[in-house]
Write a protein that binds this ligand. Sequence first.
Ligand code: HEM
Length: 127
Amino acid sequence: PTPGTIYEAIGEEKLNELVDHFYKYVSEHPDLIPIFPDDLTETRRKQKQFLTQFFGGPPLYIQEHGHPMLRARHLPFTITPSRRDAWLFCMDRALTDAEIEEPYRTAMLDRLTMTANHMMNTPEDEK
Ligand code: HEM
């Protein structure tokens, strides 16, 4: 991994722990349950690959799936501002559970917030 990246600082184990905690919260969130598959095994595996490269680690997602085209991949799902908030709320709790310390915690949440904003595709009142 490239020195000085978030991935390098937190390590593979914590990154994977973060994603495990995250999908535990997603699977319990009333706003998110309706759009996620019941079995999150494959979703969890892909998200570990994606976030590894997103935070500067090896390009695991691209190697297996090609260019992420994240916004396009999210278009089949109704993503409103409240679902974005729910996603970020789950991630915030997962960062705490994985004991990811500052300054990484804030840096990660800032980047994830920017991407989450970009994933919104439906205004609240069209849900
Ligand atoms: C896949 C929802 C934000 C990364 C998915 C799936 C849903 C979803 C329903 C499909 C799961 C499946 O079928 O396996 C949401 C919602 C978001 C959000 C409601 C709120 C804004 C994000 C963000 C990122 C992200 C911020 C990255 C930083 C991914 C990845 C996949 C995925 C990598 C797997 C794509 C694939 O199938 O290869 N998301 N997402 N999502 N999401 Fe999100």
